[in-house]
Design a protein around this ligand. Structure first.
Ligand SMILES: Cc1cc2nc3c(=O)[nH]c(=O)nc-3n(C[C@H](O)[C@H](O)[C@H](O)COP(=O)(O)OP(=O)(O)OC[C@H]3O[C@@H](n4cnc5c(N)ncnc54)[C@H](O)[C@@H]3O)c2cc1C
Length: 303
């Protein structure tokens, strides 16, 4: 119930505008979001790198309203890649195709992403293409496959809640495309996605096993302790070296588990968002864990 309400609110533009411009916002969001500017983001990533943690920079924004806005997003990411190169950050960038114009022109969106992937390749970084709702899935995987064939330097995302993901994982493994495996954060109908969490978790474990058997540098993106422990059991059993895969988590989420992984010598990458358009991202994080609403309420009361 609460999850549905929060996901509904995440799509309300009137609320988004009001909250994003609220002076109290920084205090509410700083746990999950590095800040408004690239420089703030960079300093968080430098701190993470010093602690032995890799980063993925996410310039917040999705579903832009024009190709011009999509071009601005592309430029923001080019600036981020320049900073990664200049400072030698251990970092990738994560992009959403709707932020780079997919709703307006598939060709222009691809041209935008191509510029980022080409730049990432030059500097030894990677563009991770986030997966959005299922209506974008085929176009997203198609674009990733074309760019991978030309540049490598790109990573796909698979959502374990979708029935079709087993086939998609097999296909990506066959093409040698690295995959980030997550559970999935959008509201999908039951003819496309497992309705029960237990089934999603079960499918995640199956896909994770397949990725460890056939995938290229899989990224296990989850804060689920059971999944993390299973991944560790698989890599021990199969003697997979720690530099052949990575764990990924969101900035600010399960910091205890993050510390445990670093202490035990595993590669961990944090997805670190920054920018002004933080509202939909923030609301999805609240929807994932209702206890975060209590955390939010406490901070509001402190104001
Ligand atoms: C690096 C990364 C990239 C992602 N990219 C995508 C993407 O491209 N597309 C997409 O659809 N989804 C993406 N997601 C989101 C993902 O699909 C899930 O919605 C989210 O990670 C929660 O699932 P979980 O695996 O952590 O397991 P869950 O079963 O949801 O959570 C397990 C435990 O983790 C903790 N936890 C989980 N979420 C939170 C939170 N927000 N705050 C505090 N604690 C929490 C709780 O202790 C919870 O019990 C990404 C997630 C990560 C980590």
């Amino acid at each position: 119930m609460l999850r549905s309400l929060l996901l509904f609110l995440s799509r309300q533009s009137w609320l988004r505008h009001w909250v994003e411009t609220s002076p109290a916002a920084d205090r509410l969001t700083s746990r999950f979001i590095a800040g408004h500017t690239l420089e703030r983001e960079v300093s968080v990533c430098q701190r993470l790198n010093r602690d032995g943690i890799l980063a993925s920079l996410d310039h917040l924004g999705e579903s832009v309203t024009s190709l011009q806005e999509a071009g601005s997003s592309r430029d923001a990411y080019l600036a981020a890649l320049d900073r990664i190169a200049a400072l030698g950050l251990q970092a990738t960038v994560s992009v959403k195709l709707t932020q780079l114009g997919l709703d307006f022109s598939e060709a222009e969106c691809e041209a935008n992403v191509e510029r980022l992937v080409a730049r990432a390749q030059q500097i030894g970084s990677v563009v991770e293409v986030d997966m959005e709702s299922s209506k974008y899935l085929d176009r997203t995987l198609g674009l990733v496959a074309r760019l991978h064939a030309r540049y490598a330097s790109v990573r796909a995302v698979i959502q374990a809640y979708l029935y079709r993901s087993e086939g998609d994982v097999a296909n990506l493994c066959r093409l040698g495309i690295p995959v980030r495996l997550c559970k999935g954060a959008y509201r999908e109908p039951s003819d496309l996605a497992f309705p029960r969490k237990k089934e999603v978790d079960g499918n995640y474990l199956l896909l994770m096993r397949n990725l460890f058997e056939q995938g290229a540098n899989p990224a296990i993106a989850s804060h689920d302790e059971r999944i993390v422990q299973q991944a560790i059991a698989i890599v021990r059993e199969r003697k997979i070296a720690p530099d052949r895969f990575e764990f990924q988590m969101l900035y600010g989420v399960r910091r205890d588990l993050q510390r445990m992984l670093i202490r035990d010598g595993y590669r961990l990458r944090l997805y670190v968002p920054y920018g002004d358009a933080w509202y939909p991202y923030f609301m999805r994080r609240l929807a994932e864990r209702p206890a975060n609403v209590v955390f939010l309420a406490r901070n509001l009361l402190k104001s």
